[in-house]
Design a protein around this ligand. Structure first.
Ligand code: PEP
Ligand code: MN
Length: 338
């Protein structure tokens, strides 16, 4: 970190600030020019409050020279993280496809979706049991019963399962029933939940919040990783912009940005990004071309009757057709698709 002092600041005037910084364990190197002095801070600057330093009387500007995220940073871990779940991997050369209904509605619905997405090449089954809905009057999910059905679908198909956890209270149940714990966009900065997920030994898929920056997403990953759980999967699912045509705006540039800054796998969710069935395919193709390690796609046996997100859900047949058309795109960028 570099601190530029206001012009004319004397050594005596800067002394109290230097002392406070040194008390935090960082070394302060002052470089004095004709009119301006800059302080170069060496050591663990993550403990410093940048905004507070900016308010100091003698400070003109503060610049970070290193990213605040460490464990998720590619600089300190150059090779890609590859996460194993069941017989499949996430972050390797083969793309990982997670597919299934937005919410688990019944055994019949879930089994039908599970059989179909497996047949069409998905490796991981998704299904929401605890649904974070905007309206308290909307379907809230089958909750514990839904997780039980998901476990049965796993036993039936052999596919690992992913489901969203909204509250640390349910952690034990999720550890028992689910292979990948999903943190939804609405909970990306639920720091108490993230801390709890840092202590488990199951992978966590962390979705980007609607209004969160790439750095904030990586800092949330840092919360989980600093607790000891290094198996974090990042998910770009669209952000809020002024555009209303789509449900969200898929930030394609987040994919190369995350892959450059971090070694963690990146999954893209074109279903929640677009909110529109016909747009899932072009966004999925763009995501693969931009370097995504996989996709999360909503598939429902009868989207028109879905309890949640029918407007963006594919029928199993559509999913199968799209999977075929994604293969050449994957191959064109040196990846494989089952
Ligand atoms: C979901 O995947 O079920 C979901 C609610 O997505 P998001 O958190 O991205 O809105
Ligand atoms: Mn959904």
């Amino acid at each position: 970190m570099i601190i530029v002092l206001k012009q004319g600041t004397t050594e005596i005037e800067r002394e109290p600030l230097c002392k406070r910084l040194e008390e935090k364990g960082v070394k302060v190197n002052a470089i004095t020019g004709a009119e301006t002095t800059i302080l170069g801070l060496v050591g663990d600057t993550s403990v410093l409050d940048l905004d507070q330093i900016k308010t100091e009387d003698v400070v003109a500007r503060v610049m970070k020279v290193q990213e605040p995220f460490k464990l998720s940073n590619r600089k300190f871990h150059p090779e890609n993280t590859v996460i194993s779940v069941g017989n499949t991997t996430i972050g390797g050369n083969e793309l990982c496809i997670m597919a299934g209904p937005c919410s688990i509605e019944s055994q019949e619905q879930l089994f039908s979706a599970a059989d179909d997405v497996k047949a069409y090449g998905a490796q991981i089954l998704r299904g929401g049991a605890f649904k974070p809905r905007t309206s308290p009057y909307a379907f809230q999910g089958l909750r514990g019963e839904g997780l039980l059905l998901l476990k049965q679908a796993k036993e039936r198909t052999g596919m690992p399962v992913v489901s969203e956890i909204t509250n640390p209270f349910y952690l034990e149940m999720f550890i028992e029933y689910v292979d990948i714990l999903q943190v939804g966009a609405r909970n990306m900065q639920n720091f108490e939940l993230l801390k709890e997920l840092g202590h488990i030994n199951k992978p966590v898929m962390l979705k980007r919040g609607f209004s969160n920056t790439i750095e904030e997403l990586l800092m949330s990953a840092e919360y989980i990783m600093s607790g000891g759980n290094k198996n974090v999967i990042l998910c770009e699912r669209g952000i809020r912009t002024f555009e209303t045509f789509t449900r969200n705006t898929l930030d394609i540039s987040a994919i190369p940005a995350l892959k450059t800054e971090s070694h963690l796998p990146v999954i893209v969710d074109p279903s929640h990004a677009s909110g529109i069935t016909w747009m899932v395919e072009p966004l999925a193709k763009a995501a693969i071309a931009a370097g995504a390690d996989g996709l999360m796609i909503e598939v429902h046996p009868q989207p028109k009757c879905a309890a949640c997100d029918g407007a963006q859900s594919l029928t199993p047949t559509m999913f199968g057709e799209i999977m075929e058309r994604l293969k050449p795109v994957a191959n064109a960028v040196g990846r494989t698709l089952k």
